[in-house]
Design a protein around this ligand. Structure first.
Ligand code: AKG
Ligand code: FE2
Length: 328
């Protein structure tokens, strides 16, 4: 995986901004994801984020279940126990592939939205179970939103589309963000291919900003070599791993393709061995276009050589179409 890109250059000279935006676009288009440093989120904040994430998942199951995700896909809020959600049902969706075999994800998650969302409320454990958790998460969400807008503006610059059009499409912060815990398991549990940590998938939104600990196992499909998945390790958990989601693929009429990714064995553990795969934590912030916005491709990307590939659909209808498949 290539070097981290220095996002502080977006605030440098106009030339530096242009160059770093172009580098970001190039890395995403070739590698499928980009690592970002100096993105503006303080190290302490990210470290605290991981601390809270660890503390949340360390609560007894019956306490986590006080914030339980409904059995169906919407509203996508609250705690999902190991086995509740299976991502393999959407593997290959945007590639137009038929649904493949069922693979069990061995992960637990909590999904969180904006504190100011007037459509959906968050689902929290009672404050006394994890004091400060709710407030911290709500603030972290807002901090991620600021970085999201900067990244989207940079991508707009690099793609030659209007920054304000891009911002207007995302200004309601109707995003989602998810804490993930992959429990420690013997490697043998993954050996026959019926289970994994998270099955191959693309994210639904515009961009995903991911934070991961140092365990490893995240793999992203190289955009120039379909079918080839490359490991993405973070030496430093304060780095953001950025990838493109399906909504952006639609908006750019496939100029930009969503990156397929998955989490499996970390590089330190031998496939099929008796070793234990250590537990792993990650945090994914899914930036999405406003619910009412159309995902019809920007005019610039519809040409005689590249006719429009997508129907007009709102971001919300598209989101629900995708998510409906996740909770079976
Ligand atoms: O845990 C990770 O690194 C990836 C999580 C992910 O891809 C997702 O939740 O969509
Ligand atoms: Fe993902």
């Amino acid at each position: 995986m290539s070097e981290s890109l220095d996002l502080s250059l977006l605030k440098g000279t106009p030339q530096q901004r242009k160059d770093i935006s172009a580098a970001l676009l190039h890395t995403l288009k070739t590698k499928g994801c980009a690592k970002l440093k100096n993105h503006g989120l303080p190290d302490d904040l990210i470290n605290e984020m991981f601390n809270y994430t660890r503390q949340f998942f360390a609560l007894p199951l019956e306490e986590k279940m006080l914030a339980k995700h409904p059995p169906e896909s919407t509203p996508n809020r609250g705690y999902s126990f190991v086995g509740q959600e299976s991502v393999s049902s959407i593997s290959g969706f945007e590639k137009g592939l038929p649904q493949g075999k069922f693979v069990r994800d061995i992960k637990e998650t909590i999904d969180i939205g904006s504190a100011n969302d007037d459509l959906i409320d968050n689902i929290w454990v009672p404050e006394e179970k994890l004091p400060g958790f709710r407030r911290f998460m709500e603030n972290f969400y807002d901090s991620c939103f600021k970085v999201e807008l900067e990244i989207l503006s940079a991508l707009a610059t690099a793609l030659g589309i209007s920054e304000s059009e891009m911002t207007l499409l995302h200004n309601k912060a109707e995003n989602e963000f998810r804490l993930l815990h992959y429990p420690a398991i013997p490697a043998s549990e993954l050996a026959d291919g019926t289970a994994t940590r998270i099955a191959e998938h693309t994210d639904f939104g515009s961009i995903t900003m991911l934070f991961q600990d140092s365990v490893g196992g995240l793999q992203v499909e190289n955009q120039q070599n379909p079918g080839v998945f490359e490991g993405v390790e973070s030496l430093d958990k304060t780095e953001i791993i950025l990838n493109i989601g399906d909504s952006f693929q639609r908006l750019t009429n496939d100029t930009f393709r969503a990156a397929c990714h998955r989490v499996t064995y970390p590089p330190t553990v031998k496939v099929g061995s008796d070793e234990m795969i250590p537990e792993r934590y990650s945090i994914a912030y899914f930036a999405k276009p406003n619910r009412a916005a159309s995902l019809f491709p920007f005019k610039k990307f519809i040409t005689p050589a590249t006719p429009c590939r997508y129907d007009d659909i709102t971001a919300w209808d598209y989101n629900n179409l995708r998510i409906a498949k996740l909770f079976g």
